[in-house]
Design a protein around this ligand. Structure first.
Ligand code: FAD
Length: 286
């Protein structure tokens, strides 16, 4: 099923993100995680992609295929382009089609200053257009409620986001955020700019102290005082910190649903326990 057909049905879409296991770990380890996530009946599950994938490495495609064909849940494969050739993207499209995966999250990928860039694609919008021209896929895009870290300001970032939608992105998934007001403000600006595709809010439950610093330094999400105080209070108590992180995410989601958000994209961090706790708390509200 194409992701676009999940929206506009009077229900908040609830989706998950998982990542492939490390190279040193067998791919099967993710399958038991996915079996547990299936029980939570998400509308779709997306699978992240390593920025420097090679054609022989079909991990993301294989996991997306497991979700789609073994579990019977709509899946989406992430695909980055900054270190990719057109040829590699065509190979990926063929691999996904072969596996019956119809949805792609088209991304530029992060730039590593130490790696020479390829220039087949400059931006995610170039990849989006290329996918649309070369297959029958639903294409999603990423968006940034607190502005992409490289953009000069929100006006520029939203202008560029509109180009991505015009190139064919039919749905957007947001970067994680802890301040719902940042999301509402971004959402309003996007609508004013004429971006009318569904926008899912990306929610990351923070369940350990290491995760906080890593996430914030990587994506620049701001930390509201309420969030920072909770994390500080429980930083030396792992169980309490996990429960507080889950409660904070639930609180965010309840507020988002009450404000009519079209979808919640939960960054599960491959942790079915946390996903279940959150899902159980909010499923009657979707
Ligand atoms: P783009 O949309 O290309 O934007 C990148 C920057 O370029 C922005 O500052 C934008 O304003 C600017 N820009 C865009 N178009 C133009 C233009 N035409 N002219 C001038 N400037 C322009 N990374 C991975 O490696 N693997 C993953 O699986 C992955 N999954 C993700 C999932 C989500 C939901 C999100 C939010 C991010 C994910 N990322 C992933 C991270 C992502 O690759 C980085 O955030 C990357 O830096 C930007 O990717 P993008 O697709 O948003 O880029």
């Amino acid at each position: 099923m194409k992701i676009s057909s999940l929206f506009g049905k009077g229900k908040t879409v609830f989706s998950f993100e998982v990542f492939p296991p490390k190279n040193t770990t067998p791919i099967e380890t993710i399958y038991s995680t996915l079996d547990e996530l299936k029980e939570l009946s998400p509308d779709f599950i997306s699978v992240t992609y390593g920025a420097r994938g090679t054609s022989a490495d079909t991990t993301t495609c294989d996991i997306a295929s497991y979700i789609q064909n073994k579990l019977g849940i709509t899946s989406a494969a992430h695909l980055t382009c900054v270190y990719s050739t057109k040829e590699l993207v065509l190979t990926r499209l063929a691999q996904l089609k072969e596996r019956n995966v119809e949805n792609i999250l088209a991304l530029r990928g992060d730039i590593n200053p130490e790696m020479p860039r390829l220039h087949d694609f400059e931006y995610a919008s170039d990849l989006t257009r290329f996918i649309k021209e070369n297959g029958d896929f639903h294409v999603s895009g990423a968006c940034y409620p607190e502005c992409h870290i490289e953009a000069v300001d929100m006006v520029e970032d939203i202008h560029n986001l509109k180009l991505k939608v015009e190139a064919g992105a039919e749905h957007l998934m947001s970067q994680l955020f802890f301040d719902n007001d940042a999301f509402y403000s971004f959402y309003e600006k996007a609508r004013i700019a004429g971006i009318n595709v569904p926008i899912e809010a990306g929610i990351m439950p923070v369940v350990n102290a290491k995760q906080i610093q890593r996430m914030v330094s990587m994506c620049g999400a701001s930390l509201p005082a309420k969030f920072a105080k909770t994390m500080q209070r429980y930083e030396n108590n792992p169980e309490a910190l996990r429960d507080a992180g889950i409660a904070y995410a639930v609180d965010q989601i309840v507020d988002l649903i009450s404000n009519g958000v079209e979808g919640i994209h939960l960054y599960t961090m491959n942790n079915p326990y946390v996903a279940k706790k959150i899902s159980d708390s909010i499923k009657s509200m979707l």
